[in-house]
Unconditional design. Structure first.
Length: 438
């Protein structure tokens, strides 16, 4: 055994990837083979000196771009003061950030539990829901992605290979269809879609799981990994009403849609609905690990001390970055930029759709934008998704995909993207469509 091993540094991405294959588990799928050395603002720089415009934002995490100076300064200052204290004691950054989130969150959602990842926030939310209701059943949506830990994975239904060979899952979890007007089995249109979904739910509550057994519905206000589907406007209000009728809690998973991604601080604000519990993660500390379960004091105060916990959750450095992140949101008018640039991107894409039959649907809110790619028969076209992403990458633009059939381009640029950067990305994306989908 050698404690110190001399390994030469390299500027070859291939060499780094070979070393990675030797010692890093390959279970972690990556969207690109890029080996990134550093990143600033909207750009990534690889070890071999190439520059890429980033329309992925670390999967909707670096919403303020990479390395925002104010966030970095706050994190560095906190590193000098206190890195970790855990449940040994209390600390100011967690208290201050909780106050700030309570001020921003809709309705009476004014108490926060901090964790580290989205999946952990989901675990916390479903434990809280079961704990305070004394009920066990949980209802999630087909197409949902809530994370990879066992509780969260039991709720996840966006791709069956995420679940392959992992059964049995958490008992008491039921799935119902998410309103997806473009592929609604009983026909297009919002009304038909909502009838289909709520008839399914009613039938399920009549025949399979009595409402009084149900602790919570968990829902993404805009479906993320499942295809960037924006549900009809009436969906969340109807779901809220159904929950209220039966004393069921409503959990909004805002891990991806929250923190300005849709142009509002939280996507549920687009619907006028206040959930009982909200989960946040990804972008809340601009790239440092942090997540949160947010609920009303009335609910949170029933979760008794030590009924849940975490060693690293609410780390002081992450919380300091979280506070700075919120300062930047206000000072730099991030929500307005996300709304304007998102509308501009969607307008251009819809224009392109007129000339490109391969685009089945363009949908989104703010800078959470999906482009569903289809073949001549309207079937999902994953092969085209791959081709377009490859052409984009070869031209210096990083784009993600999503959807149950992996045929949706997922456009997630930083929320503070400039007009020049948006134009640069658009040129590349538009060029890719001309090259492979004209
Ligand atoms: C809506 C939603 N919930 C939960 C998660 C899980 O988050 P994490 O990967 O941080 O565990 C994700 C991740 O993509 C997500 O999009």
């Amino acid at each position: 055994m050698k404690l110190v091993k001399e390994i030469p540094d390299s500027d070859s991405q291939e060499e780094w990837l070979a070393r990675e294959r030797a010692h890093l588990s390959q279970v972690l799928y990556r969207y690109t083979p890029l080996v990134v050395d550093h990143a600033r603002g909207s750009y990534l720089y690889t070890v071999d000196g190439r520059r890429y415009l980033d329309f992925a934002s670390g999967i909707a995490v670096t919403n303020l771009g990479h390395g925002h100076p104010e966030v970095i300064r706050a994190a560095k200052d906190q590193l000098d003061r206190l890195v970790h204290i855990s449940v040994v004691a209390h600390h100011e950054p967690a208290i201050q950030l909780a106050e700030r989130i309570a001020d921003l969150a809709p309705g009476k959602l004014d108490k926060v539990f901090f964790a580290n990842s989205g999946a952990e926030a989901v675990e916390g939310a479903i434990k809280l829901a079961r704990y305070v209701t004394g009920r066990s059943a949980l209802i999630a949506f087909q197409g949902a992605f809530h994370g990879r830990t066992y509780g969260a994975l039991s709720l996840t239904a966006s791709k069956s290979y995420y679940r392959e060979r992992y059964e049995p899952f958490l008992p008491g979890v039921y799935h119902v269809p998410y309103p997806y007007p473009y592929r609604n089995p009983t026909g297009p249109g919002d009304a038909a879609t909502l009838d289909y979904v709520f008839n399914f739910i009613d039938e399920m509550l009549d025949t399979r799981v009595p409402p009084r057994n149900v602790a919570a519905f968990i829902v993404e206000p805009v479906l993320g990994e499942g295809g960037y589907v924006v549900p009809p406007a009436d969906f969340m209000p109807r779901l809220r009403k159904l929950c209220d009728q039966h004393g069921i809690l409503l959990i909004a998973d805002e891990v991806q849609s929250g923190y300005g991604r849709t142009g509002k601080m939280f996507a549920c604000e687009q619907t006028g609905v206040v959930p009982d519990i909200m989960t946040l993660a990804k972008s809340i500390a601009s790239g440092l690990p942090l997540s949160a379960v947010v609920a009303s004091g009335r609910l949170m105060d029933q979760w008794e001390p030590a009924a849940h916990g975490s060693t690293f959750g609410g780390n002081p450095v992450s919380c300091a970055a979280g506070i700075a992140t919120l300062d930047v949101f206000t000072r730099e008018h991030i929500l307005a930029n996300a709304t304007d640039k998102g509308a501009e991107l969607i307008r251009r894409l819809r224009d392109l759709q007129q000339r490109s039959p391969a685009i089945g649907e363009v949908r989104g809110l703010g800078l959470m934008v999906g482009v569903e790619l289809v073949g001549k028969d309207g079937a999902p076209d994953k092969a085209l998704q791959k081709k377009i992403r490859q052409v984009c990458l070869d031209s210096g633009l990083v784009v993600l995909s999503c959807g149950a059939h992996d045929n949706v381009l997922r456009l997630v640029p930083p929320l503070n993207i400039s007009q020049a950067e948006l134009d640069e990305g658009w040129e590349i994306l538009n060029g890719a469509f001309q090259e492979v989908a004209a």
